[in-house]
Design a protein around this ligand. Structure first.
Ligand code: ZN
Length: 139
């Protein structure tokens, strides 16, 4: 069995953003040389997500509005977590809703997606360097 471990680094200039990371994951798959297997992609931070959905601007704006409705960033005082002196209580909750990781099947050397599926990095507390782990196993 072959395997590849790779870290993707991001520094989003805004507090929140959605980044399509499918090209970086496909590049890692090419590097691995694996034709049949599984690809795990996970956020390594508890205020960021990795998820799969459509790359469509309206949808990304809808996520932003929906998540702000569920867990508004302000007032910061609404979150007990922020009594520690942090201001990212909302980002922990947003990450929980959007998820930590995805697993994609690898078939004939390609990510075996359904229609319109793309892999996204969801940032909820940006403006600092953060990592995504890609682990690919197979043969
Ligand atoms: Zn925190």
């Amino acid at each position: 069995m072959k395997s590849l471990r790779k870290e993707l680094w991001f520094e989003v200039p805004t507090r929140r953003a959605f980044v399509n990371i499918t090209p970086q994951v496909e590049k890692a798959l090419q590097e691995s040389g694996i034709k049949e297997g599984l690809c795990l992609v996970n956020a390594m931070h508890i205020t960021a997500s990795v998820y799969i959905n459509d790359d469509e601007q309206g949808l990304l704006a809808d996520y932003e509005d929906w998540l702000e409705g569920l867990a508004p960033h302000e007032p910061i005082s609404r979150y007990r977590h922020n009594q520690t002196g942090e201001d990212n209580g909302d980002a922990h909750l947003k990450r929980q809703v959007m998820g930590r990781e995805v697993v994609v099947a690898i078939t004939e050397g390609r990510l075996d997606f359904g229609p319109w599926e793309q892999i996204f990095y969801g940032e909820f507390d940006g403006r600092r360097r953060k990592r995504v782990l890609v682990k690919i196993i197979g043969e």
